[in-house]
Design a protein around this ligand. Sequence first.
Ligand code: APR
Length: 238
Amino acid sequence: MAKVVFFTGAGVSAESGIPTFRGKGGLWEKFKVEELATPEGFFRDPAKVWEWYDMRRRAIAEAQPNEAHILMAELERECGDVWVITQNVDGLHRRAGSKKVIELHGNIWRVRCLECGATYYEYRTPLPEYPPRCRECGGMLRPDVVWFGEPLPVDALEKAWDLAKAADFFVVVGTSGLVYPAAHLPYVAREGGAYVVEINPEETPLSSVAHEVIRERATVGMRKLFPRLVRECERGRT
Ligand code: APR
């Protein structure tokens, strides 16, 4: 069966009202990466980092998956062998109904205890205090996301690599392609024989890796590509 793999970044959630990181209006225009998204920044001021994460959690809680997330989930329901590899921590792919989701950079709703190592989902927002405390041992919690300078979760990365290698159709949606190792995946897919499509209103370093580029927003691009993806799945079934 044809394996369709989506590789998504912040751009896929932009039309849900969640700001991207780079570019005009991006989070890294207003906020300092080194203060908010590095282990050093966290240990310098955990309360400040948590306040920022809680602000993002609130915005995400109020947002809804958009048509791009929904069409990816629908393709999985129709075809089965469809995966989403995402750099996003917002959980919107699962909320849209996708089940085969690999989260390369963690999840903003999961917390990790720095004392006892417990990890669990904590959906309250606003949180009762900054930094929040572990429900098991009272230790300090951190968001279970990957910060700059930290390794990606090994299982997720290995699975993503395997999927990219085995993909027939690899669709890159809404990522600037600037953050590694995730940005290697389209290259891995192409070398493995996948047909690579990029959906992004702007040119990125990954545009040259793609066989085809759809210069549209994620919702419009997905709407255009969807019938072909369904056909691709059906072709794989025969
Ligand atoms: N539809 C599709 N793409 C869009 C849309 C949209 N509506 N709006 C913006 N984009 C594109 C931009 O053109 C840009 O290429 O989304 C991309 C967003 O890029 P980034 O903000 O760099 O997001 P991303 O690639 O996901 O960042 C990677 O960097 O800060 C870290 O850990 C964070 O996971 C993140 C990683």
